[in-house]
Design a protein around this ligand. Structure first.
Ligand code: ADP
Ligand code: MG
Length: 339
């Protein structure tokens, strides 16, 4: 007999898991932003250097962590967000896998500073490639700052696969926009190489849209709202004359989580049929609120896909909400009475 199976050491297991969670700087930003939102932050600051290859830092004024939790937060499957398998069916937070910080720390140099309101001192933790380098008390404001430096410093093959700075920066801005859109009540700033590129003050969704996409959106947004027993739809669609040939300004959020769905996109574009050219795309930011029991967000680690138990109803409600919004604003062609 010859037994050859061994459990992988944590550092290797984390590095393998990291492949799923952290594909590029933007994926780390997404996780860090979501953690800041989950922590109840009202102000979130993002610092980016070298398109995230050198630095991604997220600073929040949320509830912070105790020294013990600060260390625990880097363990795999360590989370404060779910406790039982039942909780998986009623997730109200972004996080629940407890994998993000462990994964990021496996493939980067991470510096965490965190302080809870009732403690005088903050905790500093430095981890590189899953290896704890330093843990000590320091003084820092209430909240949490996570700096991720030199992503893939220990996985050169993956570092080489990162795209050019403009491409990586585009992904970073996309993630930033998605989170900023879904939380207009939170203030966000984004600095690139010390240059402020966004400064979004807390406000209404329409103000956030203008803050993110520019003044040309002012007066171009039509509110969209539909309440049904199964789901609620709220948000804005752009007026048909504002439709563009390029894609990229179409956003669905399900329970405040950004999702991608060509099926639901079709529900919106079909409502715009006849109002815009076939090669144009309407602007929309639509929020679907649905009982978490009717969705499964556990299908993919990066969680931009989602399963609905009744996709056709969701499609119909979205289409009708958009049609009504267009109709209410007298932008439907006079002879079109179709539903
Ligand atoms: P998850 O978010 O899935 O729980 P993470 O690895 O992202 O897993 O984070 C692990 C834990 O660390 C979280 O459950 C939370 O308790 C804590 N944590 C992470 N980021 C922050 C933060 N910015 N503020 C407060 N607590 C945080
Ligand atoms: Mg998380």
């Amino acid at each position: 007999m010859n037994n050859i199976i061994q459990l992988l050491p944590d550092a290797i297991a984390n590095q393998i898991a990291a492949g799923e969670v952290v594909q590029r700087p933007a994926s780390a930003l997404k996780e860090l932003l979501e953690n800041a939102v989950d922590a109840g932050a009202t102000q979130i600051q993002v610092l980016v250097k070298d398109a995230g290859k050198q630095l991604i830092q997220v600073i929040d004024n949320g509830k912070g962590m105790s020294p013990t939790d600060a260390r625990m937060s880097f363990e795999r499957h360590a989370t404060s967000k779910i406790r039982t398998s039942q909780d998986l069916f009623a997730i109200r937070t972004f996080g629940f896998r407890g994998e993000a910080l462990a994964s990021i720390a496996a493939v980067a140099q991470v510096e965490l500073k965190t302080r809870q309101a009732d403690s005088e001192l903050a905790t500093l933790i430095q981890i590189e490639g899953s290896e704890l380098k330093k843990q000590e008390p320091i003084s820092a404001p209430v909240g949490t700052s996570v700096a991720m430096k030199n992503l893939f410093f220990n996985v050169p093959a993956r570092r080489n696969f990162l795209k050019s700075n403009p491409v990586e920066m585009r992904h970073i801005v996309d993630e930033f926009q998605r989170v900023a859109l879904s939380y207009p009540e939170i203030g966000f700033t984004l600095y690139q190489q010390d240059l402020e590129t966004y400064n979004l003050t807390p406000g209404k969704l329409s103000q956030r849209i203008v803050g993110l996409f520019g003044k040309s959106y002012q007066g171009q947004l039509v509110p969209c709202e539909e309440v049904t027993p199964h789901l609620n739809v709220t948000g804005y669609i752009g007026k048909p004359e504002h439709a563009k040939k390029t894609r990229g300004e179409q956003f669905f959020f399900v329970n405040n989580r950004y999702i991608r769905s060509s099926y639901l996109h079709h529900a919106v574009s079909s409502a715009f049929e006849g109002l815009i050219q076939a090669d144009q795309h309407p602007f929309y930011v639509l929020f679907l609120e649905i009982d978490p029991a009717h969705i499964d967000i556990n299908v993919h680690p990066t969680k931009t896909e989602i399963k609905f138990d009744d996709e056709r109803t969701v499609y119909a409600v979205i289409r009708s909400a958009v049609k009504q919004a267009l109709g209410a604003h007298h932008v439907m062609p006079a002879l079109d009475f179709s539903v």
